[in-house]
Design a protein around this ligand. Structure first.
Ligand code: HEM
Ligand code: HEM
Length: 187
């Protein structure tokens, strides 16, 4: 399979970035909820460390994804879709990108305002991007939660759309984001 996107398929780089970011975000959502509900303990603090570290990793991967996208033309959607669908897909994708940037950024702001020193994966110190303040911490925490709610709704729509393309419209929109097991690459 080629590395670059082609008019027919997403290339290996985009596929790896899409699915690793998807898996990490789903893990972050689960860890995010779980860690907040846990009673204070060493495990809880460790879970916060993992959450913040994976969140910063997602920020880096999304930036790489956007850079790669700028240098690759995405495959166009099938032409026989209802007229509303392509603009809606485009809008949803832009909103998804904005939200998966806003999630780690609001987390970073939240962590900065809390004043808690933090090293990404126990190594790289995360520099503060906001002053230490309980008021700001509260606002950024609301921002983190609000962007999560919007992200969750969009993701449900995004996944439903992908499954609709595959099972109801019988086109290759889902398959072209997946590796072709057992096939020789033609594009
Ligand atoms: C956290 C989870 C996810 C995020 C943040 C996400 C985000 C995105 C974004 C931003 C795009 C647009 C790519 C572009 O035009 O640059 C995209 C494409 C796509 N996503 Fe996801 N996605 C996620 C999970 C999923 C899941 C679970 C599925 C399958 C059920 C899926 C199926 C697809 C497909 C098939 C495309 C390609 C659409 C096309 O060819 O036009 N995604 N995703
Ligand atoms: C894509 C990245 C991220 C996702 C999807 C995500 C998701 C979540 C979710 C679902 C929660 C629980 C609900 C909530 O309180 O808002 C949460 C909480 C939290 N997240 Fe994230 N997060 C991400 C990145 C980050 C980063 C990079 C940091 C810090 C550097 C961070 C710090 C926190 C903190 C401190 C909480 C607890 C919030 C509170 O107690 O008010 N998150 N996150």
């Amino acid at each position: 399979m080629g590395l670059r996107d082609t008019p027919r398929r997403w290339g290996a780089v985009t596929q790896w970035l899409h699915w690793s970011v998807a898996a990490l975000i789903l893990a972050l959502i689960a860890i995010g909820w779980w860690m907040r509900l846990m009673p204070l303990s060493l495990d809880k603090i460790t879970l916060y460390y993992w959450h913040k570290s994976i969140g910063m990793l997602v920020l880096a991967l999304v930036l790489i994804r956007l850079g790669w996208r700028a240098g690759n033309r995405p495959p166009p959607l099938p032409r026989d879709l209802p007229r509303w669908e392509a603009p809606l897909a485009k809008l949803t994708h832009i909103a998804l990108y904005l939200l998966i940037l806003l999630m780690p950024l609001s987390g970073w702001l939240l962590n900065s305002a809390s004043g808690i020193p933090f090293r990404i994966f126990w190594t790289i110190p995360l520099p503060p991007i906001a002053p230490v303040s309980a008021g700001l911490e509260h606002i950024f925490s609301l921002l983190h939660l609000a962007s999560f709610s919007a992200l969750a709704l969009l993701l449900l729509g995004h996944m439903a759309a992908a499954l609709r393309h595959h099972f109801l419209l019988h086109n290759d929109v889902l398959l072209r984001m997946l590796p072709r097991f057992g096939h020789r690459s033609r594009s």
